[in-house]
Unconditional design. Structure first.
Ligand code: C2E
Ligand code: CA
Ligand code: CA
Length: 566
């Protein structure tokens, strides 16, 4: 165990003791005996003592309490300390000449006594030290703050300790660092868990060694991720090098780091490490760079995200979200026929202008706001289907996007049914697009999708090709159509055109009797090629961009004019 990292120490490297003592001479004696080893603060009255206890609660390691004070009884202070949540764990040593008071003090929670007149310095130092150590150990057990494998702090305790570090080193610039081992899961699979454990232990030891002497602290968060909080430094390459240990047998461990240097202490500790993590993600797939830094661009992005989050409720209230519609055409026959539309949300932000869903959907998925937004879009889409039924005299089914986050809601089928009913529609009028990756995320999700399909909602698997489901597996999943990811089209029609993969996928889907939809189709060449390959439906700029409802309606009316061909 890295003992030196357990202690709470003040800026000068010492633990802090509050001495509550009204007599000048006693304060002088104690000061003389303890000053070299501890950081002392004094209270001459009970009132001052309570004030300091409140103000210094995070920094105190021990209280030395005189029972006779001018304004209060020492006993009452003891009682107060032990009854408050924040200070109940703070050890108190009572200083008294009155042996009869000892039992009462013990009952009130005092840990030890120092008699008056004072014993020899060694005795006092020993008692003080023993008490502090005892309490720090107890504190540690209470928090079960260590990772058993590496002996490092776990995250919860680490964050708490980092906050304490700030209190003690208020003038020191600090860095937040996230460090990961490259391809750790592969290493585990290939060489076994035991070897993986050895690697973690070695890296942990290296990191501890590195911050040693600087009061820095280290923790292991999750499998192969380490957090470091330490006084600002610039030798990050050295850290990288030292953590890249060579194991027995010659295996070279490789690590990568994200650094948020000279942290802003006005944001909470967790967020500082989020920033370091963002920096680490920047170099995740880089071959040449192993250290990433949190920079201004990331900060700007974070501000923008914050702005979007803060604006969400107003946006819903003020109807800044608008639904656009993009047509999907049935291309199986000689002429392309309008089949349905996809509802795609847009944000008309009062200051940022038009924002595309790619910028805010992932953000809202992270914090669950997406559920509210999708609910809104579904309702809008249902109302629109209803309106077109009435005004155009025909039914245009609309597909809506269902985020993976929505699927964790067990009431989703009822919710969607309610929306459809309220608009006087059938479930068959509202198609649901669910991304392939949602299917593979969690087996429970597949059941929710099944139940949606059982109720009559047609299901389209979106972005097919980006997840990991095999075509084999697809036969067992609840799906009515396969929507090929746009990337298939992009790749197939790149410079040296190669459409073999595209053709194979469409062919396989056909053999499984699953209709295919191609999206992102921009040119006539693409459309015709897909048609020849047997693709059933096509969506893309070739036919139309996503349009506001009124424009979409005009588009449809125009299609219906006699003599017009697509
Ligand atoms: P997606 O579901 O894959 O939607 C297709 C995206 O491709 C849309 O982007 C669409 O505007 C764009 N697109 C259509 N045709 C073409 C084309 O010919 N060329 C190119 N380059 N792009 C084309 P958009 O509207 O920016 O939406 C992005 C993504 O945001 C969507 O991808 C979908 O995953 C998500 N999204 C949009 N609206 C919603 C919503 O209401 N709820 C949820 N959960 N997600 C939504
Ligand atoms: Ca979609
Ligand atoms: Ca898609």
């Amino acid at each position: 165990m890295p003992e030196s990292h357990l202690k709470f120490h003040s800026a000068n490297g010492k633990r802090r003791i509050l001495v509550i003592e009204d007599e000048f001479i006693n304060r002088e004696i104690l000061g003389y005996m303890l000053r070299d080893s501890y950081d002392l603060i004094f209270a001459e009255t009970g009132a001052k003592a309570l004030e300091l206890l409140e103000e210094q609660q995070d920094t105190l390691s021990l209280v030395l309490l005189d029972l006779n004070l001018p304004d209060m009884k020492g006993m009452d202070i003891l009682r107060r300390v032990k009854s408050e949540d924040v200070n109940a764990q703070l050890p108190v040593i009572v200083m008294t000449a009155d042996q009869d008071a000892e039992v009462e003090c013990l009952n009130l929670g005092a840990i030890d006594f120092i008699p008056k007149p004072y014993p020899k310095q060694e005795v006092i130092l020993a008692r003080v030290l023993r008490t502090i150590e005892l309490f720090e150990d107890r504190d540690i057990i209470r928090w079960t703050e260590r990772d058993h494998l590496t002996g490092l702090y776990n995250q919860q305790y680490f964050f708490r300790y980092a906050a304490q570090f700030d209190t003690f080193h208020s003038a020191v610039q600090t860095d937040a660092i996230v460090l990961d081992i490259n391809h750790f899961h592969l290493l585990n699979e290939r060489y076994g868990r035991h070897f993986g454990d050895e690697v973690l232990k070695c890296v942990a030891a290296q990191l501890l060694n590195m911050v040693h002497g600087s009061d820095g602290i280290v923790c292991r968060r999750g499998a192969d991720s380490f957090l470091i909080y330490c006084p600002h430094r610039t030798d990050y390459e050295d850290i990288l090098e030292q953590a890249s240990v060579e194991m027995a047998g010659g295996y070279q461990v490789r690590v990568r780091m994200g650094v948020y240097p000279q942290v802003d202490r006005s944001i909470d500790v967790e967020r500082r490490f989020d920033r370091a993590k963002q920096a680490a993600d920047q170099v995740k797939n880089s071959f040449s760079k192993e250290v990433g830094f949190y920079d201004n661009a990331m900060y700007e992005k974070e501000l923008r995200m914050e702005q979007l989050l803060e604006g969400f409720q107003t946006a819903v209230r003020e109807k800044q979200f608008t639904v656009y519609y993009q047509p999907k055409f049935d291309v199986r026959g000689a002429e392309s026929v309008l089949n349905s539309a996809e509802a795609l949300v847009r944000w008309k932000h009062p200051t940022l202008g038009m924002i595309s869903p790619g910028d805010f959907i992932p953000l809202f998925e992270d914090n669950g706001l997406i559920r509210e937004l999708d609910f809104y879009v579904w309702k809008e889409a249902a109302a629109q289907i209803r309106e077109w039924k009435d005004t155009l005299g025909r039914s245009i089914p609309v597909s809506v996007n269902v985020s993976r986050v929505d699927l964790f809601d067990l009431e989703l089928p009822e919710t969607l049914e309610g929306i459809v009913k309220a608009a006087g529609l059938e479930p068959g009028d509202l198609l649901l697009e669910i991304t392939e990756s949602a299917y593979t995320e969690n087996p429970e999700i597949v059941n929710v999708i099944k139940s949606l399909r059982d109720r009559g909602f047609p299901i389209e698997m979106d972005d097919f090709g980006t997840g990991y489901s095999s075509l084999n597996m697809i036969t067992t999943l609840p799906i009515d159509a396969l929507k090929l990811d746009m990337q298939f089209i992009r790749t197939a029609f790149r410079g040296n055109k190669d459409t073999r993969l595209l053709e194979a996928v469409i062919g396989l889907a056909k053999s499984l009797e699953l209709p295919t939809i191609a999206e992102g189709v921009e040119t006539e060449e693409q459309m015709l090629t897909l048609k020849t390959m047997g693709c059933d439906f096509v969506q893309g700029y070739y036919f139309s961009r996503p349009l506001p409802a009124a424009e979409f309606e005009a588009y449809v009316r125009n299609l219906e004019q006699p003599g017009r061909k697509l």
